[in-house]
Design a protein around this ligand. Sequence first.
Ligand code: EPZ
Length: 418
Amino acid sequence: MDLYQMEGGYPLSGNVRIQGSKNAVLPTMAAALLQRGTVVFHHCPRIADVWCMEEILKSVGARTRWCRDSLLIDCSNIYSGEIPGAYADKMRSSVFLLGSFLPRYGQISISYPGGCTIGRRPIDLHLAVLKALGVEIYEDSCGLHARAGKLTGCRYCFPRISVGATENAVMAAVVAAGVTCLSNCAREPEIIHLCHFLRAMGARIKGEGTGEILIKGVCRLHPAEFSVPSDRIVAGTYLFAGAATRGKVALESAPVEEMEAVLGVYQKMGGQYQVKSGTLVTDSSRVRKAVPFLETAGYPGFPTDLQSPLAAVCATLEGSSRIRETIFEDRYKAAMQMRKMGADIQKCGDVLEIKGGSLHGACVSAEDLRGGAALVVAGLAAEGSTEIDELTYIDRGYEHIEKDITLLGGRISRIYRS
Ligand code: EPZ
């Protein structure tokens, strides 16, 4: 298993370009199945979850090809409804095939989606809205079996907000007969990007980004091209790496308009930033104030995916910080790993109580994607050497974190072990 070897204590400085968004490209890749030609994804991140989704699409007959940083997906010849468990349970986004493959092929069998160890991650909300659209679903020990004769538009209110269930519902509804009105939808930017892509393929959608999305079903969709937007979570991770080391980093093509809550917290801790022709220019030399209390929330609130990287910064601030995780029930593993680095972090119910101080190097393990990235942030701030193993989690979502951190003057190298 590969590992990172790090030497902390060096303020980051310099420029990095932000990669394409994992959480925007995964649902749009699945949505490619709704049309019968070839779609092109520009600025597509080369990350493990994209390769996994590629394999899932190929398993039902799609053909894929890379051309520099563009990924082409040919969906002209789809022939199977069986998704190999090896892929499906490795990544939660396999669940998107329920909404995108079913309308095309009519039936699908899929094992329960996997994902990070950050919580139970049920899919009841996905199944409920698909049933409302006319999908028949039965479950057995092998997983899910779904069939859809004719999907029919409906009025549906989500009992709880879910990003993925909203995305799945929109994909199924764009080719359902009649009008679908979805309320209590998630508002994440990734949903807006998905709807832009679907509209480029000929879908009729309005209201994305609000709680209510209206869709008028169409008979067929046509090929389109999609420029994958920059990843707001990767940008936030690097922002916090700069904060933890009191450095000055410039994040090229950072989606600043999607980072309001994150930048608000950054400013409150003493960070300063400005936007210069699409680059987020930051100065963390005055970062020191603790975060008295913060709750993660659905967009536009503070994103749960940056909770662990923020905790790493809070461990270096003066005073006590409190962070309440409201989205996932088990997203505290990285914070517990940071205790090995001298972090004074207690988990009290769903709140992390963090007394700021200094960190020292240690051997730690990534246990989920964003938690792994948070350990990199902590390792950059810690005095001495840090080793991080289980890098496959980080590889799922960060295209080249060690290269980027090195570009910014951080001391990190990847030790390849068979
Ligand atoms: C998406 O996950 C993201 N993943 C997550 O990013 C992100 O943390 C999450 O949204 C919240 O913003 C992708 O976009 C691929 P949810 P998703 O459905 O759709 C519960 C990362 O690190 N729930 O909004 O799975 C669920 O357990 C990943 O990039 C149900 O109860 O999130 C959670 O507690 C991690 N039933 C809450 O809702 C369901 O059917 C929010 O989940 C679905 C979800």
